[in-house]
Write a protein that binds this ligand. Structure first.
Ligand code: SF4
Ligand code: SF4
Length: 184
């Protein structure tokens, strides 16, 4: 009886992740290529292929609470390395969406705050304005002075633009954000 409940829970979790990520988890044969290629795996609490295994075991709470899903930067290396076309980057994205929707405490809140500043910048200008993103991020975390040396260095080397550059047709960007809001 207990094993039936666990199996059903695992099935539901796998189905939920597959529906959002549009990736087939059963194709994974745990070859480790995704974890081996991930540039951030050494900082993760669960390796990317381990995340798939835990989803298959129905360990939803553990997966949605882990740091890995927030440390993933969506670089797609894992998805390109996978010999079975499992889209790990999309799976990580699906797990982040689920964690936010289900109000799970975010394991790396600073990273979510940074993501939000990037999205806000794109919604304002259609592009990222890095200086403003960094300033807003620092202000939101009340962290005013760390990295200031690096910021000044980047400014002096003209790696940060003072003024934002904007796309010509901002209405198209706003329409995309509106559509995304309606779909979520
Ligand atoms: S590379 Fe693909 S098949 Fe291999 S462990 Fe990762 S997801 Fe599974
Ligand atoms: S998308 Fe995420 S999990 Fe995949 S290689 Fe990049 S950082 Fe690692």
């Amino acid at each position: 009886m207990k094993s039936t409940i666990i199996t059903e829970r695992a099935h539901d979790f796998v189905e939920e992740v597959e529906n959002i990520s549009h990736s087939d988890l059963n194709r994974c044969w745990h070859c480790f290529c995704c974890s081996g290629g991930c540039p951030f795996s050494k900082d993760m609490d669960i390796l990317p292929n381990g995340v798939i295994r835990m989803i298959q075991f129905g360990l939803k709470e553990e997966v949605l609470n882990c740091s890995t899903i927030w440390l993933c930067v969506g670089c797609n290396t894992c998805s390109m390395e996978c010999p079975n076309a499992v889209d790990m980057a999309a799976i990580m994205d699906a797990l982040r969406q689920m964690a936010i929707k289900e109000k799970v405490p975010i394991a790396e809140p600073g990273i979510l705050s940074f993501h939000n500043q990037v999205i806000n910048s794109i919604s304002r200008y259609g592009r990222t304005h890095k200086l403003e993103i960094m300033m807003r991020y620092k202000i939101s975390g009340k962290d005013f002075f760390s990295d200031i040396d690096l910021g000044l260095k980047m400014l002096s080397k003209r790696k940060l633009d003072l003024m934002p550059s904007k796309v010509k047709n901002k209405k198209e960007i706003q329409a995309l954000f509106k559509l995304a809001g309606e779909l979520s």
